[in-house]
Design a protein around this ligand. Structure first.
Ligand code: AGP
Length: 609
């Protein structure tokens, strides 16, 4: 969702900020803006659409001699995408400018209070109350920083805020509550951003701000305070060793395709140094410090959203089958508001690619005082969720930029399997074969990718249907849900995922020649049952595309089209089937001329509830 970058230092601040915003483009946004301090005046540049538009505005403006700048990419929540609603927002005197991620929940109340005192508002946003409120406290006699703190104390909701003012030209002020913010410490320069990707090109030395902290930054200094106690905080400076700043598409036309093609490498990275098939060992360094506690866990609750929740559902089957651990997956947005009893022997496992999903963060916050062990399966190193959890296993999939999650799903499923095997500790007969198969999987993933042309042809054939059903059983059931999500977010086709066994309980009523079904029908003990479901669909003239295991000739007689995947163990079929589904969704979007990297209405990182 929204992105924030601020810079103070000797480089061209507007260039650093616009480059930073470009690195955050993948998060999804609809407008972009910049406030640049030039001498004693602040230049405001805002545009609807891409950061490239903002870059063009910068090129046309005279910003020479500028000292600092703050910028923002906005994903509309309060008010339509428009220049007026784009950030930065300012006080009426245009001396205090603010960018904001998150939502100010009590903005109406503050707005009315300020309006009663004569303040006028230009935008429909919640954010505009912040510069106006700071202005109010400045006019009450406070200096800029105390006025900022006083304003923060009036706010309810979630925020990462960055302030620039002509009142104190060399200073940036920032604050964080439930929305990420990281300070990059350079040599005679400082950069603050909502995501380390925006600053990694300039410095690897960072401080992750904590909730309730306020920071004042000049080009050479930074000072962090705890807002509640107004006491200085000794910051922990960390090194960004695992973050790759490469954000390009390489030779691929889209990030999504590039990321799908990274599947074999993703599998290698997720298992590297962790799987030792010859010795029959799974080593997970991230769980070592809680190994003892894990022995006493009798229930696992997985919390996640979207694709991560479907990976979690695959994980649920792993935990039950391989670790004998009662497990359930809950959508984080529902978990937060449920009143279920949770005991200390329950562990809560958050799965998140970005590590910044607001609902998943809230789910972890909810159990903060329950004494539950909090675990994470996270891709983004150093992200909020990675830092909130007691222990966890990184996915190591590298930055994922297309809105549609692809390689992250594959890494999440792999890591969840590793956790289940780690807990199983060699007790099940499947332990060794699974470890060996994990080593063979990258080549099998590459074999699926080599069928891209066939899948593309299939996608073109089905691209103009309005509805699609995805069905599967056991491990293929969450995969059916994921296939449907992928198709709907990339192609805007109505798609639903169902457990194949549920067909007769309702969905079969929808089937006719215009309603195709994607059947996940790889070899498994339940294959015959899935084949019966396919028969029932065909009997109602519903077109069927099947994913089947190489060598299954029989299925050709049942399905209209078949996409074969290499033979693998049932537990690992979701990985290969997901690659087929991802390619299918991608090529349907291509056939429909849609921007699958940034689908309408969606953002990569969903940082508001
Ligand atoms: C998947 O393609 C999505 N765009 C979305 O469902 C995503 O998986 C979800 O928002 C959760 O994100 P997270 O993994 O970063 O927490």
């Amino acid at each position: 969702m929204c992105g924030i970058v601020g810079y103070v230092g000797p480089k061209h601040p507007s260039d650093v900020v616009v480059d930073g915003l470009t690195a955050l483009e993948y998060r999804g946004y609809d407008s972009a803006g910049l406030a640049v301090l030039v001498g004693k005046r602040i230049e405001l540049l805002r545009t609807v659409g891409r950061v490239q538009g903002l870059r063009e505005l910068v090129e046309k403006s005279d910003l020479s001699g500028s000292q600092s700048a703050i910028g923002h990419t906005r994903w509309a929540t309060h008010g339509v995408p428009s220049v007026t609603n784009a950030h930065p927002h300012a006080n009426t005197d245009q001396t205090i400018f603010v960018v904001h991620n998150g939502i100010i929940e009590n903005y109406q109340e503050i707005k009315s209070r300020l309006q009663a005192k004569g303040y006028q508002f230009a935008s429909e946003t919640d954010t505009e109350v912040v510069p106006q409120l700071i202005d109010y406290y400045v006019k009450e006699g406070l200096a800029l920083e105390p006025a900022f703190k006083a304003a923060l104390k009036d706010l309810r909701g979630a925020y990462a805020l960055l302030v620039i003012s002509s009142v104190e030209p060399d200073t940036l002020l920032a604050a964080k509550l439930s929305s990420p913010l990281v300070l990059g410490i350079g040599d005679g320069e400082m950069i603050i951003a909502s995501d380390p990707l925006a600053l990694v090109e300039h410095t690897k030395k960072v401080v992750y701000l904590e909730d309730g902290q306020v920071i004042r930054v000049t080009k050479d200094t930074y000072h962090i305070e705890n807002l509640a106690e107004e006491k200085p905080v000794r910051a922990k400076v960390e090194l960004l060793t695992d973050i790759d700043g490469t954000t390009g598409k390489g030779n691929f036309p889209h990030f999504m395709l590039k990321e799908i093609y990274e599947a074999p490498n993703t599998l290698k990275l997720a298992t590297a140094g962790r799987v030792h098939a010859h010795e029959g060992l799974v080593k997970l360094g991230g769980l070592e410090n809680v190994a003892e506690q894990l022995r006493h866990i009798d229930r696992l609750v997985i919390v996640a959203c979207g694709t991560s929740s479907y990976a979690g559902m695959v994980g649920e089957y792993f935990m039950e089958e391989l670790a004998g651990l009662p497990t359930e997956v809950q959508l984080a947005s529902e978990f937060v508001y449920r009143d279920e009893p949770l005991s200390r022997s329950t562990a809560v496992l958050a799965i998140s690619q970005s590590g910044e999903t607001a609902d998943t963060i809230s789910a972890l916050k909810k159990v903060e005082n329950y004494g539950c062990l909090r675990l994470g399966v996270v891709n983004a190193v150093g992200s909020t969720i990675a830092r909130m959890t007691d222990a966890g296993v990184y996915c190591h999939a590298g930055p994922e930029q297309a809105v549609a999650s692809t390689k992250a799903f594959i890494a999440q499923v792999t890591v969840l399997l590793l956790i289940a095997l780690y807990l199983n500790n060699g007790k099940t007969e499947q332990y060794k074969p699974l470890l060996e198969e994990l080593e063979a999987l990258p080549d099998k993933a590459a074999a699926v990718l080599s069928q891209a042309k066939h899948i593309e042809a299939m996608a073109r054939k089905y691209a103009m249907y309005r509805d699609f059903l995805f069905i599967g059983r056991r491990y293929a059931f969450p995969c059916a849900l994921e296939g449907a999500l992928k198709l709907k977010e990339c192609s805007y086709i109505h798609a639903e995922g169902y457990a194949a066994g549920e067909m007769k309980h309702g969905p079969l009523a929808m089937i006719d020649p215009n309603f195709p079904t994607f059947a996940l029908a790889c070899d498994s003990p339940l294959l015959e049952k899935t084949l019966s479901n396919i028969q029932e669909i065909r009997a109602r003239k519903g077109p069927v595309v099947a994913i089947a295991t190489e060598g299954n000739k029989h299925i050709r007689k049942l399905a209209d089209d078949v996409i074969y995947v290499p033979d693998t163990l049932e537990q690992l079929q979701p990985v290969l089937a997901a690659i087929v589904e991802q390619l299918f969704a991608y090529y349907v979007a291509v056939a429909k001329g849609l921007d699958m990297d940034r689908p309408r209405n969606l953002a990569k990182s969903v940082t508001v509830e």
